[in-house]
Design a protein around this ligand. Structure first.
Ligand code: SAH
Length: 232
């Protein structure tokens, strides 16, 4: 069975978007994963197909209605659907590579994309939505965040990446940032490829890469080192 993504959005035209190209696009065509973009507005019941309303308690902006969203979620993910239900949200747990791996190992995802000021808290609670953030900044909607999450997940699905090994050595996979890369030409504007990399000594190369990884991580992301007890 292929990985199945259902995305609830006011802008279904944004999908597959970037995921229709390159690795993800080929995998989509090959049926390695499937994507359904559902128009939330189709579940509004009034003549104007209203999906939002003013915030209770006052304030700026609009809030997505719980009743409309719940109908859309129940359509996309009826009781018994084993897929986790995510809500893209800057208040969510920051997305990590380990969560991406978990999702890729599962049956799929149901993703709710917020717009406006966000969604009524009651539908988050009533439908058990897991809030997921893609970073400490505010997007205008959940769609780009959903594309980011799906891109990260889809590339891990079996058969999607040509060279499966490259997945394991990447940044975050071992709690470190990746070492720098080089390729031909040997000299670029007076800069040489580090000698060790052309030495043919695989042990030395591995040690050099490990040392560079640790140095970069210490400089840029000391929080990653702090998170793993053995790496001091
Ligand atoms: N008023 C909200 C922000 C709303 S932004 C707040 O201050 O928390 C509108 C929608 O964009 C959100 O409902 C969410 O779905 C999406 N979004 C914005 N930033 C995001 C982020 N960093 N990660 C994931 N989704 C985000």
């Amino acid at each position: 069975m292929s990985f199945s993504a259902s995305v609830l959005t006011l802008y279904p035209e944004m999908f597959p978007g970037a995921l229709g190209l390159s690795l993800a696009g080929r995998a989509l065509e090959a049926g390695t994963w499937e994507l359904e973009a559902i128009q939330i507005r189709d579940f509004a019941s009034d003549r104007h197909r209203t999906v939002d309303d003013t915030p209770a308690g006052g304030g700026a902006g609009m809030v997505m209605r719980a009743d409309v969203l719940a109908k859309a979620i129940d359509h996309a993910s009826p009781p018994g659907d084993p897929r986790p239900r995510l809500l893209m949200s800057p208040r969510g747990k920051p997305l990590t590579q380990s969560r991406v791996r978990e999702l890729a190992a599962g049956p799929g995802v149901v993703i709710v994309c917020g717009r406006f000021e966000g969604v009524d808290q009651r539908v988050i609670d009533a439908r058990g939505l897991e809030e997921v953030s893609v970073g400490d900044f505010i997007l205008s909607g959940g769609e780009p965040a959903a594309l980011v999450l799906l891109d990260a997940v889809v590339r891990l699905l079996p058969g999607v990446m040509g060279n499966a090994v490259s997945g394991d050595e990447e940044s975050f996979e071992n709690g470190l940032l990746e070492h720098p890369h080089y390729t031909r030409p040997q000299e670029f504007e007076g800069r040489q490829i580090p000698e060790v990399l052309t030495s043919g000594n695989h042990k030395k190369i591995a040690a050099w890469r490990r040392a560079e990884s640790e140095k970069l991580t210490r400089e840029r992301r000391p929080d990653l080192l702090a998170a793993q007890p053995l790496a001091k």
